[in-house]
Design a protein around this ligand. Structure first.
Ligand code: K7E
Ligand code: CUA
Length: 662
């Protein structure tokens, strides 16, 4: 659109929005309004004054119009973003870029009472191995469950890179239901990616360690250290990962990195990029090169190609070795049986993204200016005909690079991750150049580059990694914000920049600072695919996945004692707890079973007891249990922590702990 026309239309639209030109019910009216002399419109004059006062350009106002979401209007999309170090998942609406929720995953989340009651404690505790309980997670890649390669809105999975864990979040209530700690690896990265029907949640290790977390000196790196591609079996009915039905493929001690599952023509395969095929282990204090330089010697690392259906067959045929309860297909078997094949990938690879049709795999190279597009059909042929260029040091067959690719696209400095739109375009993040490169998948030509602020890591697009991307929006997930926001101390917020990709040119329309951690990946789903519950059926324990046997109805509240164990069956409803007096003896074990008997939307109560680190969220219908030892004698008020009603402050009671011998 020509500038003057756009200006006129903009004025019209704004006049409409402000009601000055009457209610503009259709496009013709809007256009008619737009063709009027803008200076004669009060609203437009006001708008110009406002623009001048705030120093806004027309592009700014256009961006505002594209993102501003009036009260009561809902977002078209939801982003599920990694919360980075916060260990959580962030839920953000698009185009408003308003944060709607933080989902507690690897880190306790007080508002949701996550990590302060028996069952949520159990979920968190299952993620701790060894003797230290983990109080955080390094969340990298949230992945929505898929049906036929499309998001189905039922579950989201996410990995914790630091501790090698995967979590399952149920989108029926946006709650974390399971954390599975991988007993074999010391860290993970290529997770939590799903196969097209969510049969498996894939988790690949990052920094090699001896499998099973055993000790071995670094001098044994090549012999004893290993990587692993883990295939966690997901039971959709139960909504849980089933470790007993899960298995892994042993990998050489390269640093496996990003992974993606094949789809459509490449369904049944998984691709994992890697770095440090040099197997550098550092030794800076002994005057040896740092890992970063040791790991950057080779021109090529290896894209790992896994035929997981074949792997599954072999595991089921008993070809696996069981380690710490996990069936692992040995490296030699995987290499000999065609489960694992390699092909070179240039210069410090990162990112591994399968195209929507499943025919290509895009890999970026942090120290290369190209994106490499592998051709799955060629790869499949080469493997089927055993046309290998050679083998790696572990006997894994290697395909010839030039025979395996469709081509390369010249992108710029530091290409990392790639997502797709509905028009055959790909969008790659350029970390070093701080740009988004838009390129054509058909002719591997870069079409446009957009500056982002700054140092973009991941990139996401509306349903942009499914078999049918939506187009419309891309979000640049920038690692640095430098001069974008008001300074808040030396730790700067990250910056999500919303980009409108609906036109010929990309347009930046919103900056969202993220102050919770360093997000990595995120996915954007059409909001109408989600159907979360508004109210739990009475007595639901969301962690148990149904009615809690300890739930009580109003009128059946009671306190029972069995030896030195006290059970309190309590209800919460506006604006009281029944019972509101609890008397126990010092040393008693107290089991609180609290049920909210509310059935009204958004009517949540909370529950806390002074000094006992108890903090529950009681959404309508929910039951929570919490067990503790009454080991501190004294008087402890408990109260509701949600401003639930006019008499919220009165929603309180006392727990009295009688000292021993009194
Ligand atoms: Cu590129 Cu962990 Cu996906 Cu960060 S990773 S950016
Ligand atoms: Cu219930 Cu405040």
């Amino acid at each position: 659109m020509k500038t003057w026309m756009w200006r006129a239309t903009l004025a019209g639209v704004v006049a409409c929005a402000l009601g000055s030109a009457g209610a503009c019910t259709n496009k013709a009216e809007q256009q008619a309004a737009g063709q009027r002399d803008t200076t004669s419109l009060g609203a437009s004059a006001d708008l110009k004054t406002l623009m001048a006062a705030r120093g806004l350009s027309e592009a700014d106002v256009e961006a505002a119009l594209k993102t501003y979401t009036p009260t009561g209007k809902k977002d078209e999309y939801l982003i599920f973003a990694s919360g980075g170090h916060s260990g959580q998942i962030l839920v953000i609406g698009v185009p408003s870029m308003r944060q709607l929720k933080t989902i507690g995953v690897f880190t306790p989340e007080p508002w949701q009472g996550y990590g302060y009651g028996d069952e949520s404690n159990k979920v968190l505790a299952a993620g701790s191995q060894g003797t230290h309980s983990l109080g955080w997670g390094d969340v990298h890649h949230p992945n929505l469950s898929e049906t036929n390669g499309d998001y189905d809105g039922q579950f989201i999975f996410v990995n914790d890179k630091a501790n090698g864990r995967v979590a399952v979040v149920d989108l029926a209530d946006f709650m974390t239901k399971q954390i599975v700690a991988n007993p074999l690896v010391g860290s993970d990265h290529g997770g939590a990616f799903v196969t097209p029907n969510t049969d498996y949640v894939v988790e690949t290790s990052q920094y090699p360690t001896p499998l099973g977390r055993e000790y071995a000196p670094l001098s044994d790196y090549k012999d004893k250290y290993r990587g692993l591609a883990m295939f966690w079996k997901f039971d959709r009915k139960k909504g849980r990962i089933v470790p007993e039905q899960s298995w892994g493929v042993e990998l050489p001690p390269y640093s496996q990195d990003l992974a993606d599952a094949g789809k459509k023509v490449s369904d049944g395969w998984v691709f994992i990029n890697s770095f440090n095929t040099e197997m550098a282990t550092g030794g800076t204090l002994q005057g040896k090169p740092a890992i970063e330089s040791g790991a950057s010697q080779n021109d090529m690392d290896y894209l790992h190609i896994i035929d997981w259906r074949k792997g599954e067959q072999l595991v089921n045929a008993g070809k696996a070795t069981t380690m710490k309860g996990i069936r692992v297909l040995p490296l030699q078997t995987a290499a000999a049986e065609g489960v694992l094949t390699f092909v070179g990938e240039p210069k410090s690879p990162h990112g591994c993204d399968v195209t929507p049709d499943g025919a290509g795999i895009v890999v970026g190279g942090k120290l290369d200016t190209h994106g490499t597009v592998y051709d799955f059909a060629k790869i499949k042929d080469l493997i089927a005909n055993k046309k290998f260029e050679g083998k790696d040091a572990f006997g894994v067959p290697v395909l010839a690079f030039k025979d395996s690719i469709r081509g390369q696209v010249e992108l710029g400095l530091g290409p990392l991750h790639t997502v797709f739109d509905d028009k055959g375009n790909a969008y790659t993040s350029l970390f070093l150049e701080s740009k988004v490169a838009k390129w054509s998948l058909a002719d591997l030509k870069t079409l446009e580059k957009l500056s982002v602020h700054y140092n973009i890591g991941h990139i996401l697009a509306a349903e942009g990694d499914t078999v049918s991307p939506d187009g419309k929006y891309v979000v640049a997930m920038n690692k640095m914000s430098i001069d974008r926001f008001t300074p808040v101390g030396p730790l700067y917020p990250q910056n999500f920049q919303l980009v409108d990709i609906s036109g010929d040119k990309m347009r930046m329309i919103y900056d969202l600072p993220i102050g919770d951690g360093e997000p990595h990946y995120a996915q954007m789903i059409k909001a109408d695919k989600l159907h979360p519950e508004k109210i739990y059926p009475p007595g639901t324990n969301p962690y148990l996945g149904g009615h809690d046997p300890n739930a009580v109805e109003g009128g059946k509240e009671r306190i029972t004692r069995n030896g030195d164990t006290v059970d309190v069956y309590m209800t919460a409803v506006r604006s009281h707890f029944v019972p509101d007096q609890i008397e126990v003896n010092e040393g008693d074990t107290v089991n609180l079973h609290i049920t909210s008997t509310e059935q009204a939307e958004d009517q949540t109560h909370g529950f806390t007891i002074d000094m006992y680190n108890i903090n529950l969220s009681l959404e309508p219908g929910k039951t929570e249990n919490v067990t503790f030892k009454a080991d501190m004698p004294g008087v402890y008020p408990f109260y509701c922590t949600e401003f639930c009603s006019a008499l919220h402050l009165e929603m309180t009671g006392y727990m009295l702990v009688k000292p021993k011998g009194k």
